[in-house]
Design a protein around this ligand. Structure first.
Ligand code: HEC
Length: 452
């Protein structure tokens, strides 16, 4: 038996070695780089340098391999042993070996032309939401939140399938689109860009002027906001928009004009998307508003109070907080997205159905605030009415957490400010239809090659 095992091992090693020793960049390594790194590390992509061309990758090969081996790249914080996702991007053991061996063999290029990579084709937006005027953000050393007035109102009902955000510049933490479908906003924007928080002002005190706005969709680094084929998010006629952008410190001035391009659902949407949001400082807060979830920023007057009292992460402590919500309807879920800032270390989410089945959702063992990904499920996850969704976030507010914004640590409260904390879980759902749980979630081809 042992002998057999050894022979099998040896012959496999030879086959493998034979395959590996003939590695070239063009034939063997480049397809891996294109597939795993291409979406960000192409010329002009969101990563700081390109990696696709032979010259680029071979120059950075050792660093690239180190980034892969440490799990830093490609960014995929979700634990693949908990649930697999459609947009999963993880370098396999075999792919790692191929890159390693190619480096050891002296990084041969091999013959052949380098074909352009299959990036999603540029598309013509059906509607664009844009800032009224360009805005100059002066160099600053603190996180900043800005609100931008958007002049137009939706001239007709829109069903949106793609939101493409073009934020001001690379140091954007995130951008959010708020909608007031009653168009009754009374707040006067005295400047095109309103600095909500410049590090001194208190964000929480300012909810009230956003009274009628609700969150529609947002962009976080590494995310693309694309709905499944023939799915739509409704924006009622007459809606007014507002952009909220959150910027990291910068050492120079930037003048910019942000935009959000929308692509409409082709034909009448088959399904209307609702975003259910669970908050760590309360239960899940949602009511249905048209066809999507409506989280009213001022609905809970006690928000500040609960933020201060219930949600507190004491300095010097590691705490695990648990929030849960029981759903009062049948839902089919197709994407999940947890959100926290720098004190979070670990996130575990799951749902328990009324019959007692546990459905793992997403688990992140080593949370990194810079990668707030949307995890797309392969099939719909059916949440029968009465299902309870649980989320557990572990926060490390000690000096051992290198991401801690304060040394020595300070108590953290619930706040949009990145030096405080949040504990959110977004579930993208459609009302359940019988048979959903057996269906694969389909995306349009234009969604990009990472989905294939
Ligand atoms: C989702 C986008 C994305 C993908 C996919 C991605 N990267 Fe990156 N990569 C980035 C960004 C953004 C940075 C700069 C910020 C950072 O270091 O986190 C970066 C930084 C790096 C760095 C520098 C890390 C350091 O030590 O500072 C290396 C090396 C790297 N990437 C290699 C790769 C390789 C190799 C792949 C594919 C196997 C890959 N990346 C896939 C976005 C991406």
């Amino acid at each position: 038996m042992l002998y057999r095992a050894i022979t099998v091992y040896i012959s496999w090693t030879f086959v493998f070695w034979g395959a590996l020793s003939a590695q070239t960049y063009i034939k063997d390594v480049r397809p891996i780089v294109v597939k795993r790194c291409g979406v960000c590390h192409h010329e002009g992509g969101m990563a700081p340098f390109p990696l696709i061309k032979y010259e680029d990758f071979s120059r950075k090969a050792t660093t690239a391999l180190a980034a892969i081996e440490s799990g830093l790249m490609p960014p995929w914080p979700a634990d693949t042993s908990y649930r697999r996702f459609l947009n999963e991007n993880v370098v396999t053991e075999k792919e790692k070996q191929i890159i390693k061996q190619w480096i050891e063999n002296g990084k041969p290029r091999g013959k052949g032309r380098e074909k352009p990579i299959p990036l999603p084709k540029p598309w013509k937006p059906d509607y664009t939401i844009f800032m009224q005027d360009s805005f100059t953000l002066y160099a600053h050393d603190k996180d900043r939140y800005l609100l931008f007035h958007v002049p137009q109102k939706a001239e007709k009902d829109m069903n949106v399938s793609v939101f493409a955000y073009r934020p001001g510049f690379a140091q954007t933490h995130h951008t959010e689109l708020f909608v007031d479908s009653t168009a009754s906003q009374t707040f006067e924007f005295t400047r095109p860009g309103f600095v909500l928080n410049d590090g001194n002002e208190n964000y929480e005190g300012r909810y009230d002027f956003m009274r009628n706005y609700y969150y529609l969709s947002g962009w976080l680094p590494g995310n693309r906001y694309i709905l499944p084929t023939r799915f739509g998010m409704r924006i009622p006629k007459g809606s007014q928009f507002m952009l909220m952008e959150h910027y990291a410190p910068t050492d120079k001035d930037y003048t910019f004009k942000s935009e959000v391009s929308l692509k409409f659902t082709q034909g009448k949407p088959k399904r209307y998307v609702t975003e259910l949001t669970m908050h760590g400082h309360s239960d899940l807060v949602y009511t249905e508003y048209d066809n999507y979830a409506y989280f009213h920023l001022t609905k809970s007057d006690s928000m500040q109070e609960s933020a201060m009292t219930m949600f507190k992460i004491p300095a010097g402590k590691v705490v695990t907080l648990h929030a849960k919500k029981t759903l009062d309807k049948d839902w089919s879920c197709f994407a999940v997205c947890p959100h926290a800032h720098h004190l979070a270390r670990k996130i575990v989410t799951y749902a328990v159905t009324p019959s007692g089945d546990t459905l793992p959702l997403v688990r992140i063992n080593d949370w990194r605030a810079e990668w707030q990904l949307m995890y797309l499920t392969q099939r719909f996850i059916y949440f029968p009415k009465g299902t309870t969704v649980h989320m557990f976030f572990t926060f490390d507010n000690t000096e051992n957490n290198p991401e801690n914004p304060y040394f020595p640590p300070r108590d953290a409260i619930y706040s949009f400010n990145a030096d405080q904390e949040m504990m959110e879980f977004f579930l993208f759902c459609v009302p359940y239809k019988p048979g959903d749980e057996r269906k694969k979630v389909k995306y349009p081809k234009s969604a990009g090659y990472l989905f294939e």
